[in-house]
Each structure stands twice: as structure tokens, then as C-alpha cells.
Design a binder for this molecule. Structure first.
Ligand code: IPM
Ligand code: MG
Length: 361
């Protein structure tokens, strides 16, 4: 294997702390013989502070050169007053679009060991394993025109444009059916076909692509119903495929099934499996710099990187097993602790994973 080049973007808030623990994991893997190297770059608020832009040219260049990117999280109240084009979120949207990372994998897994941390009943979530596949470079997030205008009544209005082209729908649908083939062979496409033209086309195209995958069962659900079903009977789902904005909302909802948003990694891939890997949680400025954040989602993101971009499911399995082991051993950061349980810090959690990983080597 040629040496894989990883670009690490620590971002803002708790980003540097949780990434510090992910880097410890990379160090163990490298010491164990994995051909990887990494460098650091800037994205979001940190990039704005240093270079005046949330996705500066230096990061663009490094991102294009890398085989994979690890990102912690971006954003913070400090940047709230900036013009929209300079806000940390624009950095994130910018890198997704620039690298054409259209397929966003957001698994929602219920860790047995954390069943009590979920706000749902144990039996509703026990054994849950769903994959939300969110289209990430289209939809109302990027649609033009958008802006403000004066309407026919002379009132100021804001507007955005939702659209999806046939090729955009085709490619995400294919990713969904392929992913389902490696799982339980069921795809639920989520849309708002009873109201939106975009969704009507979405559904037509998904059905047509689905005919190429007769071994995969395809169902459809309106997004409002999907939001309800995720809480009512989440285990009915295998792969959920949906557009950018519906996926944004449903994946936050689904993260709660796992017990904590601090547990879930994600992958955003282009057509060649180059990807950016990040926890689905945000930068949690309220606890930044206090050694309180849960680094597990970032560490699990390292695993996803090995699985999806480096074709090394075996390494991913080891990382997943190490995380499960520390949970079984009772290690808890504040977000996943039950009353009375001993709470440890970010660094201690990272150390525990590293120790477990070495034992599994
Ligand atoms: C996410 C986030 C982003 C999004 C924000 C920070 C722009 O919520 O990755 O889900 O809306 O895509
Ligand atoms: Mg979101």
C-alpha cells in the first residue's frame, strides 16, 4: 500500500481536544505498521482567524492533495457576527462542494453499553443499526437563486431554491442501493413528494435506479412521517436515503437513538471514495478547553476513514472493538454517564481507547 496522506482539520471549540485523541490512535496504528502520514490544516473559525477565510487557499490545496481528511468540528459564538460568507459553516459547506463529497454516511448505532443514556426506551433501540445516507452537495443548501428581494406587496422577503438534477439523484441512489447490498438490503427513500416538485423527480429517479437492484427492497416515506417513525419504531429502517436538508434534520434526530450525539462518526465521500470524516456533533464551545468532550465519535471517524477510503475494514473493526471495550469497562465522559457513574475527561478516554487498541493488536 502506498502511504496514505491524511489532512487533519482540528477546527474550533472542542475540535483540537477531540482531535488530539484521534491523533493518538493514528500514532498507534502507524507504530503498528500502517502506511499513513498526516499534516494539519485550518478550517472554519480557526482558518478565518489565521488567514481571513473559513476555507482558505492553503487548505484547498492540501485538501485536494490528501487521500482523506479528518475534521473535528467548526463554529462558535465568536464568529456569529461575521458576514455569512466568512462564517465557519461556510468553510464546511465550501470544502464539501469543492471536493464533490456528495454522499454523506451517517450511521446511527445503538451501543448496548449506553442503552440507558438514550431518552428512548431500551427495547425500542436495543440492537439498532441504521444508516442515513444524506445527499450533501445539492438541494436548498446550494440552490440558486437565493437572497432577499422586495415582493409584489412591497415587502422584504428572503428566499432559497430547492432543486435536484437527475444525475445528482441517480448517483446518490446508487450509493444507497450499493450500501444496502452490504447490509440488510432495504432502502427507504425519504422525500416530500406530496408537496414538492423536487421530491416528485427524486422519487421517480430513485424508483428507476431501484430497478437495477431487484435484490434490494425499496420503500418511500414522507419526511414528516419518517421523523415520527424514527422515534416510534426505528428498527424498521436499514438504509435511509434522502436529500441534503431532510438528511441534516433526520440525522440529528437519529443520533439521539444512539444515546449521545457524542458517539456518532460520519463519512462524506466523492465518486472515488476520497472522503472527509467527522463526528456528527458540533464544536460545543460551552465545554471547549475543559477536557470534558467525548472524543469517541472522532476516534470512530478514524475507523470509518480506514473502512471507506483505505479499504481496510479490518482496522476499522479493531477501532470499533476498542471503543466497545472501553464502554464495557465503564469509561464514561459526561455526555454518556448515568447519575452516579464516574466521569472521566477527554484525554483519559483517549488513553483508554489507545490501551484497548494495543491489546487488540
Ligand atoms: C451538519 C451541520 C452543517 C449542515 C452545518 C454546520 C452547516 O449541521 O453537518 O449536519 O447543516 O450540514
Ligand atoms: Mg446538521
Amino acid at each position: 500500500m502506498t502511504t496514505k496522506k491524511i489532512l487533519i482539520l482540528t477546527g474550533d471549540g472542542i475540535g483540537p481536544e477531540i482531535m488530539g485523541e484521534a491523533v493518538k490512535v493514528l500514532e498507534v496504528l502507524k507504530a503498528g505498521g500502517e502506511a499513513i502520514e498526516w499534516r494539519f490544516g485550518l478550517l472554519g473559525g480557526a482558518a478565518y482567524d489565521a488567514e481571513g477565510h473559513p476555507y482558505p487557499p492553503s487548505t484547498q490545496k492540501a485538501a485536494r492533495e490528501a487521500d482523506a481528511i479528518l475534521l473535528a468540528a467548526v463554529g462558535g459564538p465568536k464568529y456569529d457576527e461575521l458576514p455569512r460568507e466568512l462564517r465557519p459553516e461556510r468553510g464546511l459547506l465550501g470544502i464539501r462542494k469543492d471536493l464533490n463529497l456528495f454522499a454523506n454516511f451517517r450511521p446511527a448505532l445503538a451501543f448496548e453499553e449506553l442503552a440507558d443514556a438514550s431518552s428512548l426506551k431500551k427495547e425500542v433501540i436495543a440492537g439498532l443499526d441504521i444508516l442515513i445516507l444524506r445527499e450533501l452537495t445539492g438541494d436548498i443548501y446550494f440552490g440558486q437563486p437565493r437572497g432577499r428581494r422586495t415582493n409584489a406587496d412591497g415587502q422584504l422577503e428572503g428566499y432559497d431554491t430547492m432543486h435536484y438534477s437527475v444525475p445528482e439523484i441517480e448517483r446518490i441512489a446508487r450509493v444507497a442501493f450499493e450500501a444496502a447490498r452490504k447490509r440488510h438490503k432495504r432502502v427507504c427513500s425519504v422525500d416530500k413528494e406530496n408537496v414538492l416538485e423536487t421530491s416528485r423527480l427524486w422519487r421517480e429517479v430513485v424508483i428507476r435506479i431501484g430497478q437495477e437492484y431487484p435484490d434490494v427492497e425499496l420503500t418511500h416515506m414522507y419526511v414528516d412521517n419518517a421523523a415520527m417513525q424514527l422515534l416510534k419504531r426505528p428498527k424498521q429502517f436499514d438504509v435511509i436515503v434522502t436529500g441534503n436538508i431532510f438528511g441534516d434534520i433526520l440525522s440529528d434526530e437519529a443520533s439521539m437513538l444512539a444515546g449521545s450525539i457524542g458517539m456518532l462518526p460520519s463519512a462524506s465521500l466523492d465518486a472515488n471514495n476520497k472522503g472527509m470524516y467527522e463526528p456528527i456533533h458540533g464544536s460545543a464551545p460551552d465545554i471547549a478547553g475543559q477536557n470534558k468532550a467525548n472524543p469517541l465519535a472522532t476516534i470512530l471517524s478514524v475507523g470509518m476513514m480506514f473502512r471507506y477510503s483505505f479499504g481496510r475494514g479490518d482496522v476499522a473493526d479493531r477501532i470499533d472493538a476498542a471503543v466497545k471495550q472501553v464502554l464495557r469497562d465503564g469509561y464514561r465522559t459526561g455526555d454518556i454517564a448515568q447519575p452516579g457513574e464516574k466521569v472521566i475527561g477527554t484525554r483519559e478516554m483517549g488513553d483508554a481507547v489507545v490501551a484497548a487498541l494495543k491489546r487488540l493488536a
